[in-house]
Design a protein around this ligand. Sequence first.
Ligand SMILES: C[S@@+](CC[C@H](N)C(=O)[O-])C[C@H]1O[C@@H](n2cnc3c(N)ncnc32)[C@H](O)[C@@H]1O
Length: 406
Amino acid sequence: MVGTRLGRGMLDFSYQVRGLPTFVRVRSAPIFFAQGKPLPSLPRPLTDELTMAGAPFAMFTCQQGAEPALKADLLAQGWTLAFSRPGFLTVKATPSAATERLPVSPYARSVAWSLGYADAADTLERCGQVLALVGERQPAQFHVWQRDQGIVGRGFEPFPSTVAVEAREQLLAAADGIGLRPAERELAARDAMVLDVVIVDERRWWVGWHITTEDPSTRWPGGVPPLARRTDVVSRAYYKFAEAIAWSEFPLKAEDHCAEIGCAPGGASQFFLEQGLRVIGIDPGDVDARIAEHARFRHIRARGGDLPRRTFRDCKWLFVDSNVAPDKSLTTVEHLVTNANVRIRGLIVQLKLSDYEHGHELPKWLARVSGWGYGDVAARQLAFNRRELTLRARWPRASRRSGSNA
Ligand SMILES: C[S@@+](CC[C@H](N)C(=O)[O-])C[C@H]1O[C@@H](n2cnc3c(N)ncnc32)[C@H](O)[C@@H]1O
C-alpha cells in the first residue's frame, strides 16, 4: 500500500479563518485518489480550523516532565489546554490570547498551528488524512517525528525514532504526487512553511504547520538538531553542547580559546576540541584520558569560583555545566565577565533546575545576564537537556539577534 501515489482534486469554495494570518486560507478538504480511484473511506479532516469556530489551536512537543511548566506558560498567554499526552500537548486560543503569533515558552521544543489529527490503522489512509488536513496550504517541506518515548537522559535520547523514519518514508511516498518533500537534509529553509506531523500514538498523527524563523530550532524536525548518534562520546554532554552551539550560532573558529567550568568527564570538551578550539577544562573531578591527553586541552583541577581571573584572559567563549544551582553558577560567571581583563564573546550556562517550579526564576536569571551588558540573552530547554535550561548570551549587546525569548 505504501508507495501508492495519491492525486487530488479540490472542491471549489474557500474560507478565511479569523484570527490567523491572511496567507492561511482554508479550502474545503481535497479529495484524494489512489491509482485513479477516489479513496473510499477518507473522512473530512477530523478537526481543523473550520470546526473550531475561528479559534486557532496550537500544538507543542516538549520533554517528558516539562509539561506543567509549558502549560503554565501557555495559560499565562491566554490559551486553554486541550489534548495532551506525555511530551505532547495542544492548546486553544481564548479571546484574550494574542493569536497573530504562536505562543512561546522556553520549554516548547516545537510549536505549530494545529490542524487536527489523522487517525487510521492503515498507513495509506492515515497519510491521506494528513494531506487532507493540509488542504490548500502549500508547505514546501514536511517534518515528521515521534513524541518522546521516555525522559531525556534516563535511557532515552531524542534522536529520530525508527517509527518516525518509517513514517517519513510513507508520507514522502504518499505526498510525492503533490510535490511535498521532507526538508532537505532534515533542515528546513528559513521563512518557509513547514508541515509538522507528530506521531503521538501508533495510529494517531497530529498535524500542524509553522513558518521557520532565524531561530535554527524552528528548522529542525521537532526542534531536535540533526545530530548523528555516536558510540564514542565521552558523555552525553557532547550532544547537549553540540545542540547549544547550533542553537546559539556562535561562530567558533579553530584555535579560539574557551573555558568550560564543570568539564568532567569531558563530553562537551570533546565537542569543542573537534571544532578545533583550545580548551581549558575546570573541574575537581577526573577527565577521560582521551580528552585529558589532547594537545589542545588543559585540565585545571579546581572549582570555577576559586580561580584567578587571569586564567580566563584569552578565552573568547565560556561554557558552564557544573552541577550547582543557577544563582551560584551565575555568581561565578559574573565575577569573571565583569572584570575588565576578561572578554567573553559568547556565554552558555546550563541552568540546573532543582525541579520545574524552579524555572519561575528564569526572568531574573536572564535580566542578570543582560545587566552585565550582554545581548541576545535567551534560554531554552534543549532537546538534549535534562531538567535544565540552556542560557546563551553574546557580547557586545549589538550582536543580538531578534526573536529570542529574552
Ligand atoms: C554534569 S557534570 C559535567 C559534564 C561535563 N560538562 C561533560 O561534558 O562531560 C557536572 C560537573 O560539575 C562539576 N562541578 C561541580 N561544582 C563545580 C564547580 N564549582 N566548579 C567546577 N566544576 C564543578 C562536577 O565535578 C561534575 O564533574
